[in-house]
Design a protein around this ligand. Structure first.
Ligand code: IVH
Length: 694
């Protein structure tokens, strides 16, 4: 191949231009070769392009581009993915399953917005792609970073892998894109590409993937981007994160913009105005499902107007303005071979069906949940019966009902154990519900002494939304727990001191590299943010959401210690929107009970907890305690509360001397009286709207 200028004779400007040209040209050939299996040039010509790129880079190292082919294909795998903090959190979606729930979704929105009955509002409907979400950042039209969703706050840096996707432009096309644009969407595999790719894996003597979603996940998480480049991943853009200027005023026009800027967007997206229209579109998409050529697991509905989306905001980790209407789960029949009891992290006993393995929706299933004692009795499921099972997406399969009771000598009904199957053999208790009647959950009374619960707690501790220790999964925890090497969280961090790495490397399932990686992964997590730390402790009623709320409230571990030292005044945390007495009691018990407190002290010798970032404090109401009373006429009570919380205020249900503002509408009674007694500032709904700039 003849090139116009020899690298040795190039000026820096020429070198820069040539590196740019080569990056684009090689990327085109990579996509043609790896993803379409249709190379446009000979291998020799392709090698010559890469060789030239390398030569120029060696002569002008400072000009090497971030998207250089030398960084993309054939590089040695980096140790692990870096972390990317999402500037705008990546959310998940709530679910609806029935037509009735679709109507309820629309009614909920109407109520929240206080929207007049006589006026319709638009909602878009589009397929819910069964893949993995990713966020791709463009600065001045150039792809600079891409990340997985991760826990919604922090994802993994998958920039090199995203660059291999044919539907993802390296540079935005068209015009008028914002300087900063984060495009979000789903990475997925088409069926034909999946089958072909799996066939290649099998031919090479490797394990195949169980479905396109898992294959896409495996491909995206390859440390070597040249492997990802050989997997024909695709991308549909359906949302956005940070943008330096608004891209549109409606969902639909925003998606049209993304299409104009070079992204693949889903052609089945439609605008609807009523629940009936939404359901019609849902049914239409469901009919086309088998012929689409890629997996979808439902239809996503989104309020079209972006100003209304902003007013609706979020609850927990899902938007109020969108939901997923899921398709019914896939079903199959098989024989129930046994019923086993599993003990969870909080001691809840779950009956698990051991099944004759059967394929459901392309996945081999041999275990299914029977939920609890009542469900088991209601379904009257017995060993030997033919049962109907179902699975939806990646959730644990469930036993739906008995199809054909084993007529020849049906087994006796399953007796739910009154003794926990754990080695302590502690009695189990059935929890009472709010009415004082027998509730659904039966629990082992061993608490933190129960080895089953201890092990599950450790698995949770190292898990994704907690310490997130890479390569430390359920299998490794179970093995270290069984031989007594790890009994409590602090032991994880002293592992390297106590174990002989060479000895461990000799053991089955381990090797020198994996031992070194494990120790490095543990060390990498000695510093942790307060919200993850609280979640990792596995305190009852303090899950991911409450852990975040509490972490933002206290800000630092020191403040929590100070709060405990001041004998944990409950009013302080009960005033936080979302934290109830159960969470507050349980947190106090955990921090003060001698056994858990001692365990915590040992853990704190090993790890450092970082403070939470300060939330926006610039609003006029941040840090204030606000109470609403009486009827609000322009917005709903829920919208008012949500806005107050978003602006950094604390919403309380009752007036006290600590209350800063009482927003009183018509019909206000005792709270208004109390506010006057305490000298609390009282304002009208109109004043409130002016204050928060609604
Ligand atoms: S919108 C704020 N649209 O579903 C809303 N999500 O179950 C963000 N998904 O994490 C999501 N297809 O990975 C949206 N057309 C679609 C989608 C979609 C698939 C995924 C996405 C999300 C998950 C929630």
């Amino acid at each position: 191949m003849a090139f116009p200028i020899d690298p040795d004779d190039m000026t820096p400007t020429q070198a820069e231009a040539e590196l740019h040209r080569l990056a684009r040209e090689i990327s085109v050939h990579d996509k043609a070769y790896y993803q379409r299996d249709a190379p446009k040039i000979s291998d020799a010509a392709y090698d010559a392009l890469r060789q030239r790129n390398q030569e120029i880079e060696q002569l002008f190292p400072a000009l090497a581009r971030p998207d250089s082919p030398s960084k993309r294909v054939g590089v040695s795998p980096s140790a692990k993915f870096g972390k990317v903090e999402h500037r705008v959190p990546m959310l998940s979606l709530g679910n609806v399953f029935t037509d009735e729930e679709v109507s309820e979704f629309v009614v909920r929105i109407r109520k929240f917005l206080n929207w007049p009955e006589s006026e319709l509002f638009e909602i878009t409907a589009e397929p819910k792609i069964d893949g993995l979400s990713a966020s791709i950042r463009y600065e001045h039209g150039k792809l600079v970073q891409a990340a997985t969703r991760g826990d919604g706050q922090t994802g993994e840096d998958i920039t090199a892998n995203i660059r291999t996707i044919i539907d993802v432009p390296e540079r935005l096309t068209g015009s008028h894109w914002p300087d900063i644009l984060e495009v979000r969407g789903e990475v997925y595999l088409r069926h034909d590409d999946f089958f072909e790719m799996n066939q290649r894996q099998l031919n090479a003597g490797k394990d195949g993937y169980k479905n396109p979603r898992n294959a896409a996940a495996g491909s995206l998480r390859q440390l070597d981007p040249s492997i990802t480049a050989s997997r024909p991943l695709r991308f549909f853009a359906y949302a956005w994160g940070e943008v330096s200027t608004p891209i549109a005023t409606s969902q639909m026009t925003a998606i049209d913009k993304l299409a104009a800027w070079g992204f693949a967007t889903n052609p089945l997206t439609k605008i609807c105005r009523t629940p009936a229209e939404l359901i019609k579109i849902y049914q239409g998409i469901e009919r086309q499902r088998a012929d689409l050529g890629y997996d979808i697991d439902g239809v996503v509905y989104k309020v079209n107007r972006l100003d209304l989306q902003a007013r609706l905001g979020f609850v927990s980790r899902a938007p109020r303005w969108a939901t997923a209407h899921k398709f019914p789960p896939e079903q199959a029949s098989t024989i129930l071979q046994n019923i086993e009891i599993q003990v969870g992290r909080t001691g809840a006993l779950t009956p698990v069906a051991k099944l004759k393995p059967v394929t459901v929706g392309g996945v081999l299933v041999s275990n299914a949940s029977l939920h609890n004692q009542d469900e088991l009795a209601r379904k009257d499921v017995r060993v030997g019966d033919r049962v109907l099972i179902q699975r939806a997406g990646d959730v644990i399969p469930q036993v739906v009902r008995v199809l054909d009771a084993n007529r020849i000598g049906r087994a006796a009904p399953f007796i739910f154990p009154t003794i926990c199957p754990c080695p302590l053999q502690t009695p189990t208790v059935r929890e009472l519900d709010e009415k004082g009647e027998a509730g659904a959950i039966t629990r082992c009374t061993g608490g933190t002494h129960c080895p089953f619960q201890q092990m599950e707690a450790l698995k949770h501790f190292v898990g994704r939304n907690c310490f997130d220790i890479e390569g430390f999964g359920a299998k490794q925890i179970a093995a270290f727990f069984a031989d007594g090497t790890i009994c409590e969280p602090a032991d994880i961090f002293t592992l390297a001191e106590r174990l002989d790495a060479n000895e461990l490397a000799q053991q089955e399932g381990w090797g020198e590299t994996s031992v070194a990686n494990l120790f490095a992964a543990i060390d990498a997590r000695r510093t942790i943010a307060l919200d993850r730390f609280l979640n990792a402790l596995g305190i009852r009623h303090v899950g991911q959401t409450n852990a975040r709320i509490l972490a933002y409230h206290f800000g630092s571990w020191q403040s929590i210690k100070a709060w405990i030292a001041a004998s944990a005044p409950q009013e302080e945390i009960l005033a936080i929107d979302g934290i109830g007495a159960a969470a507050s009691d349980s947190l106090i018990a955990y921090l003060t009970e001698p056994r858990s407190a001692a365990m915590l002290a040992r853990l704190l010798e090993q790890v450092t907890i970082t403070d939470m970032p300060k939330l926006a404090t610039s609003s006029k109401i941040s840090g204030k305690i606000v109470v609403f009373t009486g009827k609000l006429e322009q917005i709903s009570r829920d919208e008012a509360k949500a806005k107050a919380t978003a602006l950094g205020a604390k919403v309380s249900g009752s007036v006290s001397a600590k209350t800063d503002i009482l927003v009183a509408g018509p019909g206000a009674g005792s709270k208004l009286k109390k506010a006057h007694e305490f000298g609390v500032q009282v304002i009208s709904e109109a004043d409130w709207l002016a204050l928060v700039n609604c």
